[in-house]
Design a protein around this ligand. Sequence first.
Ligand code: SF4
Length: 450
Amino acid sequence: MSQKPKIKELLDESACAHNKTRTQACNAPTPGATTGGCAFEGAQISLFPYADAAHLVHGPMTCLASSWETRATQTDWPGRDLTQMGFTTDISLSDVVFSGEEKLTKAIDYIMTHYSPEAVFVYATCVTAMIGDDLDLICKQAADKHGVPMVPVHAPGFVGSKNLGSRLGGEAVLLNLIGTLEPETTTPFDINLIGEYNVTGDMWQYAHLLDELGIRILSTLSGNGRIADIRCAHRARLNVIVCAKSLISLTRKMQERYGIPQVSLSFYGKRDTSAGLLAIAEALGNLDLIARTKALILREEAKLEEKLKPYRALFAGKKAVLNTGGNKTWSIAAALQDLGIEVVATAVKKATEDDREKARQTLGRDGVLMMNPGVEQAKLIEEKGAHLLLAGGRSLYTAIKKGIAFADVNQEKKKSYGGYEGLLNLAEDLKHALQNPVFTLAARRAPWEK
Ligand code: SF4
């Protein structure tokens, strides 16, 4: 049976809130969609944090380079971190003519001999999908030969956007890994973290709190993930979607197949971290757990408020423009509000309909949702009198030109902003940005220009 997922179904996910009204599909490809990252890139980013697996790109060398190591995902996998290796079949012209299947088989054999991973993800790319290499067959033969899962990932770039690629990555995991192993033990408080990639160690900011409450992270997709754990994910009592609606198709299907309910939440900012912890406890439905979670929240919030005191005066009256994508359009906005900073605009161009709705709720009536941030952000900084721009590295020059402070909140950021402790990291970074004289100095006109 073909392992290829039904793209049409993923383009129009029934579990998305906006689809309840049947107005529009969330992932329909638009011309130029791959310029923000192709589907292959999205799939690889979703699965890359599995450091005990090899990630083999079946395509030209350039595909590998487009997404390798683009995020600072962290792992404490004690073995060799295989995401530090870039594996590719490096398809050439003769492979296009005579097929790249033999090369793929040899590449898998090489990886198994030299690196012994727990699984191999084999990514289709535009070229190998078009020439029709049979990934399913090669992976099945290799799995029989080597005795570890070989996961064909059918997300060639041309099928659509990065977001769709993430869904396809989730499909590959569902079809090939989840439910293929039984855990040694189970507990009534086993959860899967779905869509948590542990970028800069975000997950570690709250994992110890879950641990303290007796909530066990059975598996993750895929931050600090282990292949053996995700194979047991069907035994969890709850799927926790962390800030990433791109994997909602996966959790819906797990609910249908294994009866696992889901909650969707964010661990950015004080209010959302507290609400997230409580939502997990309530979804697990144990009264004692709920009471203990409430007590833990009170304790952690009090600790946090004490530590935030020195920042309050500095942030009072400050306004920020936020230019990022996906769930961060609202989750980082909420974290800024927790610090006492007003968010006057957020970019929603790269957000799903659900994220846009949440951004609207978070910013309120006066906040601007930017559909074209490249043009709008500079104008809004002036109009709204913003003091801060939080965005990806490319927007640094806008901040310099406008003479306002800048902080990087995209994948290039170095510190975690997740959980209670992460909010303190954000406060410290923003303090440094606001106090850094370089922004105002760089915006000054030269004396002869006056
Ligand atoms: S999969 Fe296709 S769109 Fe993506 S990097 Fe490769 S060639 Fe480009």
